[in-house]
Every structure is written in C-alpha cells, then in structure tokens.
Design a protein around this ligand. Sequence first.
Ligand code: NAP
Length: 332
Amino acid sequence: MERRTIGAATLEVGAVGLGCMPMSWAYSGSRQRGDESARAVHRALDLGITLLDTADMYGPFTNELLVGRVLKERRAEAFVSTKAGLLVGEQHIVANGRPGYVRRACDASLRRLQTDVIDLYQLHRADPEVPVEETWGAMAELVRAGKVRALGLCAMGVRGGRRSGARLYDDTIRQLERVQQVFPVSAVEAELSVWSPEALNALLPWCAARGVGFLAAMPLGNGFLTGTLTPGEGFEPDDLRARHPRFTAEMMAENQPIVAGLREVARRHGEDITPAQVALAWVLAQGRHVVPVPGAKQERWVTENAAAPGLRLSQEDLSDVAVLPAAQGSWD
Ligand SMILES: NC(=O)c1ccc[n+]([C@@H]2O[C@H](COP(=O)([O-])OP(=O)(O)OC[C@H]3O[C@@H](n4cnc5c(N)ncnc54)[C@H](OP(=O)(O)O)[C@@H]3O)[C@@H](O)[C@H]2O)c1
C-alpha cells in the first residue's frame, strides 16, 4: 500500500487507516463481535493498513482492549492512534481536560492497548472548563516521558459546532493556534467525505500549510456513501444513525443521487470497483497529508477499503464528484 507521512514528527503510515470505533461503539450493538473484529484488524495489518484509530471512550474502554489483543502480537506493524478527554456517563458524555486526568487516562490506555508507547495521542475534545494550553501541556509531558510519540487534536465538527459552511472550523483553528504555542500538533482528525466536505474550506489548508497530517473521520458517511444501506430499513436504537438527520428514510432517499454519482464513477474504473472505494479515493485526492480512517469491523470491508489507494481518480472523475448535489439533512 502507498505510504503517507503525517505531522512535524514525520510519522509514516499506510495511506488508508482503520477506524476501529464500529467494532465496539456507535453502530448496531448486536452486530459487534470481538473475534470477527480482531480478524478485521489482523487483515488490515496484512494489507499494509497500519494506522489503527481508537479512543478510550469507544465501548467505553472495550475498543482499546480489542485493539490491544492484536497489538500484543503485532505491535511493530501498527501505528496506534488513541484519544482521551471525553468521559461517558450515565446520561451524558462530558469533557475532562484536567492535567491529572489526562495523565491517568494515558496510563490506562497504555495498559488496555498492551503497549508501552502510543504513536498518536489525541485530545478528543477540549474541556470548556480548562484552558486548552493546560491540557495540551500535560499531553506534551507524556511525549517527553516517552509514553506518547506525537499529539493530535480532534475537531468539533457539524454535530457539535452547529455552525455551517466556511465558519464551521473557526473554533478548532483558534484552538490549534493556541496549542501550537505549547507543543507541535502532528495531526488533526475531523469529518471529511464526499457528503461532508466542510473541512476543505479552511481546516485542511491550515493543516497543509503547517505540515500537519489530517485524519479523515467518517470518510464513508457512516456507511451511506458505500451504497449498501437501504432507505427505510431502520437502525437499532443504540445506532447513532437512528438519530442522525441524514439517515431518516426520507433523507436517505433524497441523498441517493450522491451514491448514484459515486457508482457512475466506479463503473468507469471497472466492474469490481465500488462506491466505497471511490469515496475513499476522493478523500485521498484532497492532499498528500490526508489519511482516511474508514470504520469497519468486517474483513471484507477492510479488504475493499485497502484497495482504494490503487484507484486514481481522473480530473473528469473529480469534477463529476464536485458537482454532485449537496447532502440533505443537517444537524442545524
Ligand atoms: N475524532 C472523532 O471525533 C471521531 C468521530 C467519529 C469517528 N471517528 C473515527 O473515524 C472512523 C470512521 O468513522 P465511522 O466509522 O463513524 O464512519 P465511516 O468510516 O464513514 O463508515 C463506517 C461504516 O461503513 C461501513 N463500511 C466500511 N467499509 C465499507 C465498505 N467497503 N462497504 C460497505 N460498508 C462499509 C462499516 O460497516 P461495518 O461496521 O459493518 O464494518 C461502518 O458501518 C471511526 O471508526 C473513528 O475511528 C472519529
């Protein structure tokens, strides 16, 4: 697989990563199976996908435990990205950016991941009660202590920021400017996909200008862009799409032209090419510093996604994707 470098510390990873979240969190709980997921992680490593993206809150905690089972056997082949700063409570998810908490969270993640160093440690969300410089300073100490190799920041996107268009990532960029004064940012993780391209306006250029890597979260539009979801089929109550405004039967039907457009581009490249691969190739085409982290818990999807860097979209393909209709259904 093609390799890409991200961040000031020039960290090298396979061009496509693996989002491990669906194995333990956010999507239909009844379909989460540990052994199948572990096989998917192994398959990813076999195929040159090195970046494994997890977080302490996925599960909570069980996703790191699952990734740790694989890392125990294959640590040298993997690049592990995990996150701290969000706590899952009974009713709410709350931010905690207190330095003491971050230090304890890192030690706990190292134990669950069965490793002595985290390649990329990300602040999942800044805590409004704690100056972000304080949280980031504690994270920088973890680098100096050898527990972490590089730092990243997750961006509050459409779902939290409730701002649209060009100004969506203004708050994130302000945070990034502040933490850069304390310790270099190696990567930013934020939503980027054919149907959520907002990061292209300012956040992606901000990263490109500073040699900061960009991890594209939700590059498959939570599965929608793969064309494998049927409008009206419904979602289990614990599935985030059951409450997602783009996943009502009506909006999924409205947004079908986007999938049809991806399918049309795929068709030009061969019968075996899928809309998911086109969606990932589009993300990869947005810059050499961009690494999509599609979430998947099934080996067949991992295999399909690993082939995406081999698909080179032409100018015609990119122009056709650019004129697809904007997605209907928003959090605003
Ligand atoms: N930093 C943040 O705040 C943040 C927020 C959200 C997500 N993330 C990260 O971003 C990663 C990706 O986001 P995501 O998982 O929510 O969304 P996504 O990558 O857009 O979509 C994941 C869904 O697509 C399905 N899928 C994957 N490959 C497929 C293929 N080739 N064909 C058909 N279906 C396919 C998966 O199915 P199966 O589950 O059945 O395999 C899963 O349901 C997460 O895993 C997480 O690591 C970060």
